[in-house]
Design a binder for this molecule. Sequence first.
Ligand code: AMP
Ligand code: GLY
Length: 427
Amino acid sequence: MASLPRSVLVVGSGGREHALVRALLRSPSRPRVIAAPGNAGIADDVPCFPIAADQIEGLVSLAQKEKVEFVVVGPEVPLSLGLVDRLSTLGIPAYGPKADGARLEASKIYTKEILQKYRIPTAAAAFFDSADAAIAYVRSRPAPIVIKADGLAAGKGVIVAQTHAEAEAGVRTLLALPGQGRPGKILVEDCLTGEETSLLVVVSGRDYIILPTSQDHKRIGDGDTGPNTGGMGTYSPAEVVTPALLEQIDREIVRPSVDGIAAEGIDFRGTLFIGIMLTPEGPSVLEYNTRFGDPETQVVLPRVSSDVLDLLWSAAIGKLSQHDLQVRPEHALCVVIAAKGYPEAYPKGDVIQLPAPLPPQITVFHAGTARNGAGQVVTAGGRVLGVTAIGSTLPAAAEAAYAICDQVVCSSKYFRRDIGAKQLKRQ
Ligand code: AMP
Ligand code: GLY
């Protein structure tokens, strides 16, 4: 085992970062952990500093001032703004790719080019920067058809159009999306069907470790209805990914992705999150993200029983092959509690009361929470809490998580009732 850093800064403020903080605090080496900016729950665990995740210079100064020996970056925005590049020039190791690697998430056209170049299974697609050409292409393909904005769009950049009319409207909407460069760029992509799975892969150059499988629930409503969100709940393992299927995914997708990224000259050290559609023709890549998933992390990390600090540190310093990943056999399930109205407008500042004490198999990860002037925990974002339960079976985990969700008191509380239902039905 490499000698471990004694102090770690976690960047971000979501449920994912709370799960990272908790996992790092479990390290037998007992590191000092701090966070920026954190949230109300993270601040109960570790010191938090009010520097937003996109304030690159502020974060760099904080890392120097606090003499942190390691930075773990949660969200995509600081990665694509080059936080890890800056830290690296100062000799501060970080977990997360530099801006060149983060482009794999920040540009869907770039990702598609990499997937095509290295013959990794993915939907056929074409790229456009004008509505006329895109619409002519849309009309030449069967509906449903998928329109995607090229750049980061906070979950609003993908339209799965059921009809040609919807697709044509989608082309115009996404070409006009702000922050996409001028003229805006879009992809028009064939629609895939099947179940989705999120594969989190810890990558360090050409070495990698596939973390336990999980499945997210992206739509706001029960039965996968309504608009897409950042993710409303997860469970792990995703048994739809059988050992044989995982081997196929490793051979056809993970290995060629990692090798392709390295062949492009990118020294990727961080999480490659591969969104995969399990189509009748085989697994196919929907997207890469270059960070841990949220809320995938809230079920994946609690199942890792080896030292997560050692895992991330080994990846950052190029010694990943020395980490021996250990996974608990139990099932984990996370239900996201959101503010009613999310992913559209929602209220903030509603007081949250959690049941206490929590049973030992429950962890409540905070996401959009803050403290008001009276010191009460209040809602401060769309996704508010992630209630994770560990159980010897998935039904046991689901029952335990939902029992807590029902006891959380908050006037704007909303959550899906069917997290894990697909797998439960299969059993
Ligand atoms: P992405 O941000 O690319 O993962 O897209 C967000 C969501 O849109 C995915 O999780 C899928 O549910 C859906 N999606 C993306 N691409 C496709 C596709 N080619 N076919 C069907 N659904 C898709
Ligand atoms: N839960 C999906 C994501 O983190 O992008």
